[in-house]
Design a binder for this molecule. Structure first.
Ligand code: NAG
Ligand code: NAG
Ligand code: NAG
Ligand code: NAG
Length: 729
């Protein structure tokens, strides 16, 4: 007789062996006519070995499988549907599905998979749908999908992808829909989608793309097939000429970005476009779009459209072409909130030249003055010596030309100005006259050691400023005066000795600040961040020399990402005023112990915590190699942190796979371990992955109470630190 007492791996395993072959596994529901087996939420740690061989549909949702070993499903070769949602799966070993040549739908959503290995999906030769949403995928190894020649839909939404390498999806010869929404993509390799000849629907919304990936999307495969492209919720500020070159595209979603400008030629190579969603951007007006011949709807909802004579050509164009125009006027006052579609073209007026100037579409006076708004003057191709100006693309570059002074006289519509690798040394006040349209300014590697107050004066559209790899040791408090829209500021690779608080106070929109590789040693006083840059979301301070962080200095309501890795911290900083902090990096510091309340105050918001390569680990590696010293590492601080820490015991065998976070591990480990076995080895995965090394083994003394008694020398606190450091550290 089999009887069931506790849900341990051993017992489940034993129980399943008790069941007769061909019968329904204990804990599961089986339907012998439909050939389905359902074992939902049973804490199973292995696939039950007694599932009837002829089963077609297997539903194992909400169990605790952790690792899918090679050949995990060899006993059920006829499966067509396999559901492994919410199974706490960390790793899919190569060949896990190799016997499942009939499966058409595989659901692996809501697990903790971080790498898609080369042969993870081998054998799934009939698969049509693969769901990998809500995992932690940050790497797709080359060839991961090569055997999925029948796949129609691949869903990788809500993962941690930052970059898509060339040929990532090679082998998907029948793919129709690729869903990459809700990742952190900021870069797509030019050949990222190469080979996807059948792709028709691509979702890239909710990522971090700052520019339209023109090169990637213009490959002939994507041109050939893609009809729907969703790019919404990416931080793009403008769309230049010929950005979108996609011959078959009919639906394009560009809503909820930060578009301030869209060239009339942006879609000139998208002739089939019928639906364009530009809602919720920062567009003040729009010109008739050249390119789309069959446009049926244009959505401008939620833009600050100013309904004067500049909007008249668009309004006329949409009414001639019967384009459904959505959105309302934001001004002037007598038209505000009027639906665009309802305003007659003749009511879109500029009363006199004075108003034209006053309305100023953020343009340089010289292009506006005296020119009728409907017939803009042809842009003069002016460009400074030793520079290249692409008027159509609104780019100008003077990269690496040995300039010692900032050149002047760029085309007034220039939006991207690239001056990197010159020898400016010093930037005087008003260095960039006539560049009010510039959105992105590159000044990397220009040997700049001083920026005078008002240098960027007049750059009222500047959003991205790159000052990386210069020689700045301090910043004048007026350095950024006149560039109030600055949102992304790069100051990494300088020699700043202090956090440049007073200079930042002039940047109310600052969102992301890069200060990696400087010489900042202290963060003080309290209120440093909140007074200088209260809206900041991301702060990068990697590789400075920070050894002290004053209490309250990093308090900030909006701060979500904080990188403090590769500094000289000796303890976890007190972060009590950062209620929205989600990601904290502390790797490569000298923090040797973590107190039980270290993360209490941020525990509720924190989602990612990186702590590898600290002093503790050096010590641990040493332990492993010498195999002599035993280390106490107390993991109790994890208890009150809501983040999911993927740390599992790797040793001894009875505990393999158990979660470290599970307090039970601590209380139950000592009882199960044989007296000869002095240690529990913990495999800590998640909080070590991005800082370089993949897997670390942490040791902790399972038998600390006995030991403590034996030694008779330890107090509460000494439980938290290595008892004894090897002399060579
Ligand atoms: C699964 O195990 C956890 C603790 O290990 C327990 O709280 C929970 O009730 C179990 N669930 C089921 C369905 O047995
Ligand atoms: C236009 O955009 C708004 C806001 O994003 C949305 O609610 C609406 O459904 C869109 N309309 C059409 C026809 O696409
Ligand atoms: C820190 O930056 C220096 C260059 O400034 C580099 O040589 C070094 O490798 C970096 N260290 C770490 C830990 O990233
Ligand atoms: C976790 O929080 C509870 C309640 O605030 C507290 O009693 C407990 O001591 C905390 N545990 C640790 C390890 O800090």
């Amino acid at each position: 007789m089999c009887f069931f007492s506790a849900l341990t791996f051993m017992l489940i395993f034993a129980l399943s062996l008790c069941a007769e072959a061909g019968k329904c596994p204990r804990l599961c529901n089986c339907d012998s006519t439909k050939l389905t087996v359902t074992c939902i939420g049973k804490n199973l740690t292995v696939v039950p070995p007694t599932i009837d061989e002829i089963t077609l549909k297997l539903d194992l949702r909400s169990n605790n499988l952790q690792v899918l070993p090679r050949g995990a499903f060899v006993l059920t070769p006829y499966l067509t549907h396999l559901n492994l949602q919410r199974c706490n799966i960390i790793k899919v070993k190569e060949g896990a599905f190799r016997t499942l040549g009939r499966v058409v739908s595989l659901n692996l959503a809501h697990n903790k998979i971080d790498v898609l290995y080369q042969e993870s999906f081998d054998g799934l030769s009939s698969l049509k749908e693969l769901h990998l949403d809500h995992n932690r995928v940050e790497e797709i190894q080359p060839g991961a999908f090569t055997q999925l020649g029948f796949l129609n839909m691949l869903a990788l939404t809500h993962n941690q992808l930052v970059y898509i390498p060339n040929m990532a999806f090679q082998g998907l010869h029948n793919i129709k829909w690729l869903r990459l929404s809700h990742n952190s993509l900021n870069n797509l390799a030019p050949e990222a989608f190469t080979g996807l000849f059948t792709l028709s629907h691509l979702s890239l919304d909710h990522n971090e793309l700052q520019f339209f990936p023109t090169h990637t999307m213009s490959r002939w495969e994507t041109q050939k097939g893609v009809t729907r492209l969703d790019m919404s919720h990416n931080p793009m500020a403008y769309l230049g000429e010929e950005s979108v070159s996609m011959a078959k595209l009919t639906h394009l979603y560009l809503d909820h970005m930060s578009l301030q400008d869209l060239s009339e030629q942006a879609l000139s190579h998208a002739p089939r476009l019928s639906h364009l969603d530009l809602s919720h951007n920062q567009l003040r007006y729009l010109e008739p779009l050249s390119g789309p011949k069959e446009l049926a709807s244009l959505n401008l909802t939620g833009n600050p459209i100013y309904c004067n004579c500049y909007m008249r050509p668009l309004r006329q164009w949409t009414s001639i072409g019967r384009v459904k125009l959505l959105g309302t006027c934001a001004g002037p006052p007598h038209l505000s909130d009027e639906p665009l579609q309802g305003v007659a073209p003749l009511d879109l007026r500029c009363r006199n030249r004075g108003e034209v100037l006053k309305d100023r579409f953020e343009e340089d006076d010289e292009t506006v003055r005296g020119s009728p708004p409907t017939a803009k003057p042809r842009q003069k191709a002016k460009c400074p010596v030793n520079c290249n100006c692409d008027v159509e693309a609104q780019h100008a570059t003077c990269e690496g030309q040995g300039h010692t002074k900032v050149p002047r006289g760029f085309p007034p519509k220039t939006q991207l100005l690239d001056l990197r690798s010159n020898h400016f040394h010093y930037l005087p006040t008003n260095s960039f006259p006539g560049t009010s349209q510039v959105v992105s300014l590159h000044l990397e590697s220009c040997k700049i050691h001083e920026i005078e107050g008002g240098t960027f004066q007049g750059m009222k559209n500047l959003v991205y400023l790159y000052l990386s790899d210069n020689d700045l040791t301090f910043l004048d408090r007026g350095a950024f005066a006149g560039a109030p829209e600055l949102t992304y500021l790069h100051l990494e690779g300088n020699r700043l000795t202090q956090f440049p608080g007073s200079a930042l106070a002039l940047l109310p929109s600052l969102f992301v600040l890069h200060l990696e590789q400087n010489a900042i040693s202290k963060l003080e006083p309290a209120g440093l961040l909140s007074s200088a840059t209260p809206k900041l979301r991301e702060l990068y301070l990697t590789n400075n020399t920070i050894n002290a962080i004053a209490k309250g200095s990093l308090d900030s309501v909006f701060l979500g990402t904080l990188h403090l890795d590769a500094n000289q911290l000796m303890e976890v900083p007190t972060l009590s005023g950062t209620p929205n902090l989600e990601e904290l990096r502390l790797c490569r510091n000298s923090i040797r112990w973590v107190g039980p309340n270290a993360f209490q105050s941020i525990g509720l918001s924190l989602k990612k915590l990186y702590m590898d390569q600290m002093g503790m680990e050096k010590y641990i590696h040493h332990c492993l190699s010498s195999d002599s010293v035993v280390l106490d590492l107390n993991f109790r601080w994890m208890e009150n942190v809501s983040l999911e820490v993927t740390a599992t015991c790797g040793h001894p065998p009875e505990l393999r796979g158990q979660k470290v976070m599970d307090v039970q591990v601590f209380t139950s480990c000592p009882e199960i371990i044989s007296p000869q076995d002095q240690r529990v080895v913990i495999k800590a995965l998640q909080f070590t992955t991005l800082c370089g090394i993949d897997i670390h083994y942490l040791l902790f003394d399972h038998n600390k109470h006995t030991k403590a008694k034996d030694k008779g020398e330890r107090n509460e606190k000494s439980n938290l630190i290595p008892r004894q450091f090897p002399s060579k550290l």
